[in-house]
Each structure stands twice: as C-alpha cells, then as structure tokens.
Design a protein around this ligand. Structure first.
Ligand code: FMN
Length: 226
C-alpha cells in the first residue's frame, strides 16, 4: 500500500501470506510520543507471536470524514475515494487489530474517529442489508486490542474510547479482546517511567496474536472443505 503513513513493519517473506495479518492504527499525531511507544511494544509482541503487522499512522492519511451520502446503504463500498478506500477492503480479511490512541476531549481524537466512522460501510452491510462483509468463519479468530492513554486522573477517562471501540469492533466483526490503559499522563509525562505498562502492551499484544494464530489454524476452512 503506497500511502504516506502506512508501513508494513514485518518483513514480507514467502510465508508471510500464511501469517496472521494485523493492522496497527496510531491515533496520536506525535510519532515518538507515549502512545507511539506503547504501540511499538505491542507491534513487537505481535511479531514475536508470528504475525505480520502493518502500521498505519492515521493522522498522516488524506481523507474526509463521513459525509452521510448513504451510498453504502445499497453498495458494499464508500463513494468517497481517498486514503481510507484501501482499508475498507483490507479490513474484510485482516486477522487482528490494534488501536493505539490518546484520549482527546474524552474520546478518540478527530482523525482516528473520522477514520472509524467511514466503516459505516460495514454497518450497512451487516445490519441493514444483512450481508456482512466479514466471512462468518473469520469471526472465530478476529480480535482487537485497544491501547489508550489520557492526561487526566479521573476514573471515567476511558469511557468514551471504550464505547467507540466496542461499537467499531461490533460493526467490523472483531472481538474486543482486551485493553491497555494509562491515565494521569499529565503527571507521569513519560511512559518509560511505567515499565509495567510497556510490558503489558507487549504481553497483551503477544497473547492476543498467539490466540489469533491458534484459532485461525483451528478454524480456517481447509482446502476442498467448506
Ligand atoms: C487536544 C487535546 C485534548 C485532550 N483531551 C484530553 C481529555 O479529554 N482527557 C484526558 O485525559 N487527556 C486529554 N488530553 C491529554 C492527552 O491524552 C495526553 O497528553 C496524552 O499523553 C497524549 O499522548 P501522545 O503524546 O502519545 O499523543 C488531551 C490532549 C490534547 C492535545
């Protein structure tokens, strides 16, 4: 995918097609910030579990928010053609998802929220036309991990991102598997002061990706068998 902000992290070898494919979305505009640091640990965890990872720097993509043209009510695509378009295809077959984002105004920041809103294409197919874009068997292994940090020290800091994550996973047929959360970043400042959190990002991504690989091997239709 030759789009600025999209990087295939894993080496593409002959067997990569057999590896579970993971998309890792970065919602922070800060390339080397605390969210990015946690995501890079999670990516290591995913790769060590034998998965192939594509990292998407969502704030670097060029796209518009959903304009409610409702083309997707009757068609399995979006009429707006931009950097989101290839992901509307890719998300049909990807095996796992990691979303890493800071909290802004008590929810996902605008760019990644707008990216997620464009997946109304999946909502319309699943709930309006009753013809989901994700094959039934893939639901047995598709899983998603949320990584989020917030500046404030309040107990409801992640309510917004968790609700949006749950809705997004529901329409795109990922199990919302787990999350890694750290609030109070305005005091902590540097996530490396919390090595337990960095380890948690690695471990949860690693565990999730192992499960995806196991479940995919178990439930993938074998050649010649439906
Ligand atoms: C525009 C903006 C809005 C923010 N809103 C919130 C908020 O509502 N709640 C919160 O806990 N932190 C909020 N924050 C703080 C960020 O979540 C925090 O600084 C985070 O560590 C940024 O991570 P990053 O540097 O990896 O992007 C906001 C930050 C910005 C820039």
């Amino acid at each position: 995918m030759l789009i600025p902000g999209v990087v295939a992290i894993s080496r593409q070898s002959g067997d990569s097609i057999m590896k579970p494919q993971i998309i890792a979305l970065l919602g922070s505009p800060v390339d080397d910030g605390n969210t990015a640091r946690l995501l890079s640990e999670a990516i290591k965890g995913a790769e060590d579990a034998g998965c192939s990872v594509t990292k998407v720097d969502v704030t670097k993509l060029k796209f518009s928010p959903c304009m409610e043209y409702f083309y997707c009510e009757k068609n399995d695509d979006c009429m707006m053609k931009d950097d989101v378009s290839p992901f509307l295809k890719r998300f049909r077959t990807v095996d796992g998802l990691i979303i890493a984002s800071p909290v802004m105004t008590m929810g996902f920041p605008g760019a990644i929220k707008s990216f997620m809103d464009r997946f109304q294409v999946f909502f319309m197919a699943k709930y309006v036309r009753k013809d989901p874009l994700v094959k039934k068997e893939m639901k047995k292994w598709r899983k998603a991990l949320l990584i989020s940090i917030g500046g404030m020290n309040v107990p409801y800091d992640f309510d917004g991102v968790r609700l949006s994550m749950r809705a997004f996973c529901d329409i795109t047929d990922f199990e919302y598997w787990e999350d890694v959360l750290q609030n109070d970043m305005d005091s902590i400042m540097d996530i490396t002061k919390r090595p337990d959190k960095i380890k948690e990002a690695y471990t949860k991504a690693n565990d999730m990706c192992r499960l995806i690989a196991e479940d995919k091997a178990k439930y993938s239709p074998k050649d010649g068998v439906d």
